[in-house]
Design a protein around this ligand. Structure first.
Ligand SMILES: *Cc1c(COP(=O)(O)O)cnc(C)c1O
Length: 376
């Protein structure tokens, strides 16, 4: 069976994980975490970057930093992973969904303003497939209404919008290092990106169980104590060491993924010209990271048939998000503002093809041929 995903592995990870195993410190914020934090601050040009045990927890930290009160509203797309909404629902916020654009599957920047009320506090954008949302109009809108912008850039490491790195554009950003993402810290992991310096110190406190332990270690206070709410958001050094192996190969991983993406894209051009499928769209000013390769079939029935055709050929392709507003918890914690013109209809057409770092050309070709045989 050709799997849908394989966790990224470069061969560099073993030496660092072993070093972490043998060091005197395996708990959080050791040498590999420090190195990673430094790497991200340099690469993203952000104020602070803090590793977390998962992308979900980075989003939870962002939600705590916003100091939301019950009933406050947070605007986001419904076509996203459950954690995007859950992190804010956990703080008592009401989730307000708006429709997506059919071309990028990202939140439609033109529909956000109409969903803003006196209770709106933040806009959470999701850069689907590592392709950026329209950040300039969204930031301008947020500025006009005094709202914060949180980037769920879980899929967006190495991608840019007008030259700026995703996750480092809004007030706060989150990456995921889950094994299905472009870079992993050993299966699970994440990163909180702080771009607004006003959040930097409190982010460290929330991450350290609500204590000012980081300040103590830097010699800025003479003892540490409980100063705020918080939780345990430090990954183990084993996670950080695995990630460090991948960061040393960051450009190579990105290059390889883009090569696979471009090969898929070229191979399906004819099907798109014939009007049989729709290929992913990347706006001119966005550089993506080859996070996934998705096609849209005509409708749900055709997608179901295509997935079965691939499965019969031992290829595991998968669909993606079931819109959150139609889920059980979605009905309780959210509302959909405006018309669901594209969210449900477009999500039902989409399939994701097998994709991983260092995928062989033979496997890729088998996937390509099998999709073509379905349409011929
Ligand atoms: C993967 C993902 C997350 C969650 O990340 P975890 O590391 O699995 O907790 C959140 N949002 C989006 C859009 C994702 O793709």
């Amino acid at each position: 069976m050709i799997p849908f995903n394989r966790p990224p592995y470069t061969g560099q990870e073993d030496q660092y994980v072993q070093a972490a195993m043998r060091s005197a410190k395996m708990s959080g914020d050791g040498a590999f975490t420090e190195r990673s934090h430094h790497w991200f601050r340099e690469q993203l040009k952000c104020d602070s970057a803090l590793l977390t045990p998962s992308g979900t927890q980075a989003l939870e930290m962002a939600a705590i930093l916003l100091d939301l009160e019950p009933g406050d509203e947070v605007i986001m797309p419904s076509y996203t992973f459950v954690s995007t909404a859950n992190a804010f629902a956990l703080r008592g916020a009401q989730i307000v969904f708006v429709d997506i654009r059919p071309d990028t599957m990202n939140i439609d920047e033109n529909l956000i303003e109409a969903a803003i009320t006196a209770k709106t506090r933040a806009i959470v954008v999701v850069h689907y497939a590592g392709v950026s949302c329209e950040m300039d109009p969204i930031l301008a809108l947020a500025e006009r209404h005094g709202l914060k912008v949180i980037e769920d850039a879980a899929q967006g490491m190495m991608s840019t919008y007008k030259g700026r790195r995703l996750g480092a554009i809004g007030h706060l950003g989150a990456y995921s290092f889950h094994e299905t993402k472009n870079y992993t810290s050993g299966g699970e992991g994440g990163l909180l990106i702080v771009n607004d310096p006003r959040y930097a110190q409190r982010a460290e406190i929330i991450r350290e169980k609500g204590t000012n332990r980081s300040l103590f270690f830097r010699g800025m206070v003479d003892k540490y104590s409980w100063v705020d709410i918080g939780s345990s958001y430090l990954p183990s050094e084993l996670q950080a060491a695995y990630l460090w192996g991948q960061l040393t190969m960051a450009d190579e991983i990105n290059r390889d993924r883009l090569a696979t993406w471009n090969a898929y894209h070229a191979a399906f051009a004819d099907l798109e010209t014939s009007g049989l499928v729709v290929r992913p769209h990347v706006p001119e000013h966005c550089k993506h990271n080859g996070h996934m390769y998705q096609l849209k079939a005509k409708n749900l029935a055709e997608r179901t048939a295509l997935l079965k055709h691939l499965k019969d050929a031992d290829i595991l392709a998968v669909f993606h998000y079931v819109p959150l507003h139609s889920a059980t918890a979605g009905r309780k914690y959210s509302r959909f503002h405006g018309e669901d013109r594209y969210t449900t209809a477009e999500s039902e057409r989409l399939i994701r093809l097998p994709f991983w770092y260092s995928m062989s050309p033979e496997i890729r070709q088998k996937v390509i041929d099998t999709v073509h045989s379905f349409y011929s």
